[in-house]
Design a protein around this ligand. Structure first.
Ligand SMILES: Cc1cc2nc3c(=O)[nH]c(=O)nc-3n(C[C@H](O)[C@H](O)[C@H](O)COP(=O)(O)OP(=O)(O)OC[C@H]3O[C@@H](n4cnc5c(N)ncnc54)[C@H](O)[C@@H]3O)c2cc1C
Length: 366
């Protein structure tokens, strides 16, 4: 039987890196990852790494399956990578605490808490008194309670991507950075179209399997094949704050989220706060609006007043790859092609869904 073992992955954000590592665990594959930049410079470099699995409102179907697979894999993946690379990856195991500002909102979680229990995930509904006891830094008269998800996590997306690259490299994967894929060359046989090589700024490469994990870059790449995966950029801005000391109980520092604003503890009195959600105009362009970042900060201060005393260390923005007119993410064979796999369009949950995406791609190849 003919061996089809040359796998090329385009893109080394969290998704491409997770795929590279997962495939490096399969015997006999020759894997090359290409990126026009260094690892984690696209959307991944801007992400907050909040892994909203159990605390999402998805309870069934593919959306829940992907979340559950990722949450389970994260628990083994982080120690596995730390051992392989001898590097620490910041992984917050204190859970996620979601504030509720209306009684109906709190009540709407009751059936989800029950469903989660049947799925063996724990969610707790906290009243104001419980919340005050655990997180005295949260002060806002409109808070009616909170949902606490002890098994959800937060991870440093850049450190994780770098660890995945280092571990995959150890397992024999080749990475080429600063290389842009310019063209995907395919056979013209209409009945059995497939990619046989790609043209890059560093020459041509033969391909048995092509994995497009190129985030927003996936649209121009697939447009050449007349099967464009339509993705739109949704901008997000965030900031890093420094306080003199940690807010609340230093022994309990979960990610706190209220009205879609996250406060992510980093240790030593530092916090990430974000992110804005800014949609593109009719021609698909989006430019960061300073006022919206200020609004996010003020919202965070409104429920966590000690943040008002913080110094801003840095601000940044990134563009999330959002599928146009279909649910995120896009994990499938490119229609009409037998060996082009799409792993893209993860929108707001690429860090959460990267391990499950990698497993899905592995199943398609092996
Ligand atoms: C502000 C912000 C906050 C976020 N917070 C979270 C969060 O808390 N939790 C979460 O799960 N997700 C979060 N996200 C979403 C998450 O960042 C994305 O879903 C995820 O990073 C997508 O990863 P990716 O690898 O597909 O894309 P990217 O990280 O964009 O990587 C794609 C890579 O492909 C490369 N590339 C593209 N085209 C080519 C080409 N032709 N040739 C070579 N290389 C190419 C690019 O250089 C890039 O490195 C956030 C996003 C933003 C912007």
């Amino acid at each position: 039987m003919e061996l089809r073992n040359q796998v090329v992955v385009i893109g080394c954000g969290i998704v491409g890196a997770a795929i590279a590592y997962e495939l490096s665990l399969v015997d006999g594959l020759k894997i090359t990852v290409l990126d026009r930049q260094l690892p984690a410079q696209g959307s991944t470099g801007a992400a907050l790494g909040v892994l909203m699995g159990a605390i999402s409102k998805k309870t069934k179907g593919r959306a829940w399956q992907l979340r559950q697979t990722s949450m389970q894999r994260y628990e083994t993946l982080i120690p596995e990578l730390e051992t392989l690379t001898n590097c620490q990856i910041r992984f917050n195991r204190h859970g996620i605490l979601m504030l509720c500002f209306a009684e109906e909102d709190l009540a709407s979680w009751e059936p989800i808490v029950e469903t989660r229990a049947s799925q063996r995930w724990r969610l707790e509904i906290w009243n104001r008194a419980q919340l005050q006891l655990s997180c005295p830094q949260l002060r806002n008269e409109n808070i009616v309670g909170a949902i606490y998800s002890p098994q959800d996590r937060q991870v440093d997306p850049v450190a994780l991507t770098q660890a995945l690259v280092a571990a995959a490299q150890k397992n024999g994967v080749t990475f080429k950075f600063g290389v842009t894929v310019e063209e995907i060359k395919s056979t013209s046989d209409i009945l059995n179209r497939c990619c046989n090589s790609i043209k890059t700024t560093a020459g041509e490469l033969d391909v048995d399997w092509l994995v497009v994990a190129s985030g927003l870059g996936s649209t121009p790449l697939t447009a050449q094949l007349e099967q464009p995966v339509a993705l739109k950029p949704v901008l997000g801005q965030a900031l890093q704050l420094q306080l003199k000391q940690p807010i609340g109980n230093p022994e309990f520092q979960p990610v706190i989220t209220g009205d879609d604003v996250h406060i992510v503890p980093l240790g030593e009195g530092q916090y990430w706060v974000g992110a804005t959600v800014e949609f593109p105009n009719e021609v698909g362009e989006v430019v960061a609006e300073a006022g919206l970042l200020e609004k996010v900060l003020q919202e965070a201060i409104a429920f966590c007043p000690p943040l008002a005393a913080a110094t801003i260390l840095r601000t940044w923005s990134g563009k999330r790859p959002r599928p146009d007119g279909r649910p995120a993410p896009v994990i499938e064979k490119l229609p009409g092609y037998s060996n082009i796999l799409l792993a893209t369009g993860h929108y707001r949950n690429g860090v959460l869904l990267a391990p499950a995406t990698a497993q899905a791609i592995r199943e398609m190849i092996v």
